[in-house]
Design a binder for this molecule. Sequence first.
Ligand SMILES: *Cc1c(COP(=O)(O)O)cnc(C)c1O
Length: 400
Amino acid sequence: MARKKITDWSKYSLETRAIRAGYNRTQENEHSEAIFTTSSYVFDDAESAARKFSNSEEGNVYSRFTNPTVNAFERRLASLDGADSAVATASGMGAITLMALSLLKAGDHVICSRSVFGSITILFDNILTRFGIDVTFVSPLDINAWKSAITSKTKIFFAETPSNPLQELINIRELSDLAHNNNALLVVDNGFCTPALQRPIEQGADLTVYTTTKYIDGQGRCVGGAICGEKSLICEKVYTTQRTVGTSMSPFNAWVFMKGLETLSLRMNEISKNALVLAKWLELHPKIEKVHYTYLESHAQYHLAQQQQSAGGGIVTFEIKGDKAAAFKFIDNTAVLSLTGNLGDVKSIITHPASTTHGRLPEQDRLRAGIKDNLIRISVGLESINDIIEDISQGLDALD
Ligand SMILES: *Cc1c(COP(=O)(O)O)cnc(C)c1O
């Protein structure tokens, strides 16, 4: 008797879908997913080639368009995100650029949260403006600022929640209602929580964008990104743009990210536990001025975080008492934590945002976004939390 083959995983839990959904086993009966490292595909005959090129017959033509490994990753991610479809891209910034190229034209207007990843600000403010796309930056915390920024040309609301690095939240439900009442789409960068902790589409967002470089890989190996949403937007607009502009993901990277999804929930929950312990410890430390972590009761949006997210995630940001020199001294007196600009790794990471990730922003914009010189970002990993705290403690002990 042949065993039943499950093709629809939708009734299974997120943890099961992360491991099982989206992959079609080949005739070789491999257990681990295969990597299709091929740039093109052969056709059975000339007629079939012609039909595939004209899109009247489905099937692979060229890996800038489709690739079985990339498509398996896209289906698995879409399933976790509660989305119909996904398009994987070469990087997180590639995903956001592709989203903009797919959905906007000259004359259109975007309202963007002021608290977004540094390169996103530069993309909207310096690059897309050259193509006639207007942007207004507003506080993610002030719904009235979003309301007053709306014009008849507004097409997209863009926000990150929680934001990098200050952990500010948007109210996804409220902002998506406002966008929809004004014929605009809400796009949420969900790179910090990932679908394991927060699913913005289920809360009203139209599209989510991901940097898969961070938690979805989870071990700091590959750069990648993705856009998830309903079929009409993803297939007709985003995919058709990608096949021409070529922001496509490599199959090897897709395979690494697919492996990352298998342990995503486990990692995000453990990382969040570690992060909460660290945040509570920091809050009581005399050399710390302020801690930003959404699952701390002292966070201004603690209740919203409890509604929107199932845990706090791995980013803990804090201000030390002192200036930039003190921040550098503190960092240089830690040793276990990696000093790098990345985040979302099983290795804990320490970063000074003002001089690195947000260093390209003009000082005035940077300070307005709250990225002060004494601000430190920790991306909490999976080492023993006692060792992480001990390392940070040594750094703080070095300060006067
Ligand atoms: C890193 C990051 C990005 C950009 O992603 P890349 O993969 O580096 O291009 C976008 N949004 C957030 C929240 C990020 O942390």
